[in-house]
Design a protein around this ligand. Sequence first.
Ligand code: BES
Ligand code: MN
Ligand code: MN
Length: 470
Amino acid sequence: MTTFEDISKEIDANTDLFIGRLREAVEIPSVSADVAHRKEVVRMINWTRSLMEQLGVLCELKPNGTQTLHDGTELELPPILFGQLGNDPNKKTLLVYGHLDVQPAEKSDGWNTEPFQLVEKDGKLFGRGSTDDKGPVLAWINAIETMQKLNVTIPVNLKFVFEGMEESGSEGLDECLKANRDFLKGVDFTCISDNYWLGRTKPCLTYGLRGVSYYTVEVSGVAQDLHSGVYGGTIYEPMNDLVWIMSQLTELDGKIKIPGLDKLVAPVTEEEKKNYEGIDFNHEEFRNDVKAHKLTRDTKHEVLMNRWRFPALSLHGIEGAFSGPGAKTVIPSKVIGKFSIRTVPNMEPKDVDVLVLKYLNDLWQQRGSPNKFRPIALQGGRCWVANHDHPNFEAGKRAIKKVFGVDPDLTREGGSIPVTLTFQELTGQNVMLLPIGSCNDMAHSQNEKIDVINYINGTKVLAAYLLELA
Ligand code: BES
Ligand code: MN
Ligand code: MN
């Protein structure tokens, strides 16, 4: 009889094959945010589809409608990859979600290696998407392949939803899932591997994510960019208006100045506070990892709560502003400021939008500028919290114990995966996040990586979880 030990050994023995697979995936620059890369996203989806078909997964590409670009043109969204493996009525059914698109990356952003080539160095696999989320998606495929090779019966039916627009707010996905409700029928559990361990060595299971509401603020004043020597002092400058507005959004320590926003946040209970005390987290290491001079909070549980449990507002950029090197004496004619708010229970996106837009309009009144002002709420994502006192999490815990010999911490995350709550609502069943990457993988950043050991042990954990779910 094949034991988990055998599966584990087989996974180890196939390390090179699995790394080669990740190499191929990283080499497809499936950047969803850049419309010029749209065909690469589609290529990545087709590449994954053929891999899954080799495992006998019944695949279907669901069309996902179109996206309206800033200039009003319509662009086709990449299809969503649905898959099914097994439909035994006596087995439970697990739904697996992941995303095949990645964040943009350029070597000139400060990467040490080419972002769309997988480079192995000191046990680390560098490349865009290595940890977010191509590595984890492939870990599912590797796990299933290994079990099949060893003739191990997978004790659950599997359904898959892999999309290509997650990094752009999962555009179209909620609608597509609602239109294909039948596909989600009979799902008993959902598992998503698209987040990270809290530290570097101890695995965790995750039961909460923040949502994100994204805003743009456009200020325009004149027909074209102007020479500041000729026009400076005579016109009302859009950039000055915008920078003033953007400076009114938070206090020094990050406290959000939007009236009424804090009243939407669910109060913290005493019981909840206790959960934070037991978690293995070193906030000094967290600070030092990114070389921050000081954190906005100075106790472990406050730092964690500010990451997971309270909203945060971040400024992201100003389109149209001069940002190249050197001194250019230009007055930009039109600028678009961008910021987002990470949201938590019970902040409903539509309520947040009302408060944010009201505050922005009030600020504009106060500013009294004659320029043109246009604040916009873009599509965001909802926050999610699950009950972790559930057989799905119990199976996850046993799987981690099997591979790592420890009990995982139960964590939340500050980041967002927009579709998570949708799965919970549409299936009416438990959703769990099972991360395999480490806290210092640097998703979205320069030199994103996944450690070989995390990729391989992650593959083992997913195999163990499939066995434990039955
Ligand atoms: N994998 C992340 C989600 C994540 C980030 C989980 C950090 C845990 C910690 C995902 O790919 C992501 O980046 N999501 C976006 C969603 C947004 C574009 C709607 C995010 O959080 O910014
Ligand atoms: Mn991700
Ligand atoms: Mn991401």
